[in-house]
Ligand binder design. Structure first.
Ligand SMILES: C[S@@+](CC[C@H](N)C(=O)[O-])C[C@H]1O[C@@H](n2cnc3c(N)ncnc32)[C@H](O)[C@@H]1O
Length: 177
């Protein structure tokens, strides 16, 4: 149901592209639906989840594999990258706090849920090159101006090797009520 085609297409697996708000599938067609970093980007999550509920079999399951809460993200030292990512998701019509809101969205759509949030552990940010590449992509997408990108890149370079991040991520399962 992703809007973008997958990079790899293993043999024997059928792929479909569709808008999660209006799926081209019959009611009850699926035993399971997996969502991975998805609700974060879907414009109207409760509506999309109601549509997922429609295409699920009566005893079907939704697997919520990872929905982050960027609003609760903490960066040490704070280079400004976390705030920029949160803003970029919002400007793209997404939901930075999807991880925190997923339970309510699922309940609203008619599911009962069993969700957890990952341990609130700080993890080291290993790769400066990846961070700089991420900044470039945001700038190219018009989501970050040149000057701010430069300031953040300088802060990231200065903090390389001692950067760490805390990002709560929600995961779990949901069934039709
Ligand atoms: C962060 S990506 C995650 C993609 C994939 N689930 C993964 O884990 O690699 C978010 C995806 O949501 C898709 N998306 C956004 N709005 C959508 C919609 N209304 N219906 C279907 N997919 C949507 C985008 O095409 C994008 O590929």
């Amino acid at each position: 149901m992703d809007l973008h085609p997958p990079e790899a297409r293993p043999a024997g697996v059928t792929f479909a592209q569709a808008d999660a708000h209006a799926l081209p599938f019959a009611a009850g067609a699926f035993d399971a639906v997996a969502l991975h970093f998805a609700l974060l980007w879907i414009e109207r999550p409760s509506e999309a989840l109601a549509e997922l509920r429609r295409v699920l079999a009566p005893d079907g399951v939704v697997l919520l594999l990872a929905e982050p809460d960027l609003r609760a993200r903490r960066d040490e030292p704070d280079t400004g990258l976390g705030a920029v990512l949160q803003e970029a998701v919002r400007r793209r019509g997404g939901h930075p706090a999807a991880g925190a809101e997923a339970g309510r969205w699922l309940e609203t759509a008619g599911f009962r849920t069993d969700l957890r949030v990952t341990e609130r552990d700080w993890v080291p940010v290993g790769n400066l090159e990846e961070t700089l590449h991420e900044l470039d992509s945001l700038r190219e997408a018009g989501l970050l101006d040149e000057a701010r990108a430069r300031t953040i890149a300088e802060a990231e370079r200065a903090a390389a090797g001692r950067r760490r991040v805390l990002l709560p991520v929600t995961y779990g399962a949901a069934w039709k009520r």
